[in-house]
Design a protein around this ligand. Structure first.
Ligand SMILES: [Zn+2]
Ligand SMILES: [Zn+2]
Length: 284
C-alpha cells in the first residue's frame, strides 16, 4: 500500500484568505509543503479515497491518483464532505450520447449515513450524484469489512461515536487512518501492531516551544477536540511502527519548519512521529 496525503490541513486550511500571519504569508508565497489543503487521504493499492474536502479537485489534480474507484467517508463534518461534487468532475461523461460515465463506489459507515440524512442535505446531494450515474452508494453496517483486491478495510467507531477510523489490512501490512476527532479515544485492546497510524494532530493547547498556554482553559473546544498532547499519549498507547499526524489547523500557528523541529524533538525522545504535508507519499 501507499498512502498519499492529498490535503494535510484541517477545518481551516492554510493559507486563509485575507490572513497576513507568518504561516499564511509563507504558504501563499511558497505553496506546498507550506500550504495545506482540506483533509483527505488516498490509499493506493485498494485505491480508496477517504473524505472529500472543498479543496479535493485541486488536490486530486496535483496527485498521482488517476481514477477513484471507491470512497469512504469518516464523518459528516463539512471540512471532510463539502467537496462531494468532485464525483461529477471525476466521472461524468457529459457530451457523449449515450453517456459512458465512470462510477465511484461510495461507502458510508452506518452512523455516517444516518448523519448524512440529517445534515447539510448530503443525502440529497449523494442521491443526485447516484441518479447522474457517477456514484453508487453502499451503507455499511458496523462490523462490515469490505475487501478491495487483497486489502480488507475494517471500520472502527471512535469515542466520538459519529466518527470512524479505518484499518487497512493486506499484503501483511496494517495501516490505521483516523481522519479526525480523537477526543476521548483509547486504542482498543486487540488492535494489534500497526505498520502506520495516520492521526489528526490535535489542538496546540500550549505553544510547543515555550509551553505557554495558547487556548483559554475554559474554551469549550477543549471538551470536544483532542489536544496535541493527548494525541501524543494516544500514539504512545498504539503499537505503531510509525505515526504520521495530519489535519493541521492554520489557527494552531505552526509552520512547516516549526513542525519539522517538533518532529526532531520527538525522534530524540524515541517516538517515530512525523507531520504530513500535501502531496506526501508514504510506502507501507
Ligand atoms: Zn476535520
Ligand atoms: Zn494565517
Amino acid at each position: 500500500m501507499q498512502i498519499e496525503f492529498l490535503g494535510s490541513g484541517g477545518a481551516i486550511p492554510t493559507p486563509r484568505p485575507g490572513c497576513t500571519c507568518r504561516i499564511c504569508t509563507e504558504a501563499r508565497e511558497r505553496g506546498v509543503p507550506f500550504s495545506r489543503g482540506g483533509p483527505s487521504v488516498f490509499v493506493h493499492g485498494p485505491d480508496i479515497l477517504i473524505d472529500t474536502p472543498e479543496d479535493i479537485r485541486q488536490e486530486l489534480n496535483r496527485s498521482r491518483v488517476a481514477h477513484v474507484p471507491a470512497c469512504l467517508y469518516s464523518h459528516w463534518h463539512p471540512d471532510h464532505v463539502a467537496g462531494l461534487r468532485i464525483f461529477e468532475s471525476l466521472n461524468l461523461d457529459l457530451w457523449r450520447w449515450p453517456h459512458q460515465h465512470r462510477c465511484t463506489d461510495v461507502y458510508l459507515p452506518r452512523q455516517v449515513a444516518a448523519d448524512f440524512r440529517r445534515q447539510r442535505g448530503y443525502w440529497e446531494q449523494l442521491t443526485y450524484l447516484q441518479q447522474l450515474g457517477v456514484v453508487r452508494v453502499t451503507v455499511l453496517n458496523d462490523g462490515d469489512a469490505p475487501e478491495f483486491g487483497d486489502v480488507r478495510v475494517r471500520q472502527l467507531r471512535l469515542a466520538e461515536q459519529y466518527v470512524y477510523a479505518f484499518l487497512f489490512e493486506g499484503g501483511g501490512k496494517r495501516v490505521l487512518v483516523a481522519p479526525d476527532e480523537l477526543w476521548g479515544w483509547q486504542p482498543p485492546a486487540g488492535l494489534g501492531t500497526l505498520d502506520l497510524a495516520v492521526l489528526p494532530m490535535g489542538i496546540a493547547e500550549f505553544d510547543p516551544f515555550t509551553g505557554e498556554r495558547r487556548i483559554d482553559e475554559r474554551h469549550p473546544v477543549l471538551k470536544s477536540e483532542a489536544t496535541f498532547d493527548q494525541t501524543l499519549a494516544i500514539v504512545r498507547g498504539l503499537r505503531a511502527r510509525r505515526a504520521i499526524l495530519t489535519h493541521i489547523e492554520e489557527p494552531d500557528g505552526l509552520s512547516y519548519d516549526d513542525l519539522a523541529r517538533i518532529e526532531g524533538r520527538l525522534r530524540r525522545e524515541g517516538l517515530d512521529v512525523s507531520f504530513a504535508y500535501d502531496t506526501l507519499l508514504v510506502d507501507v
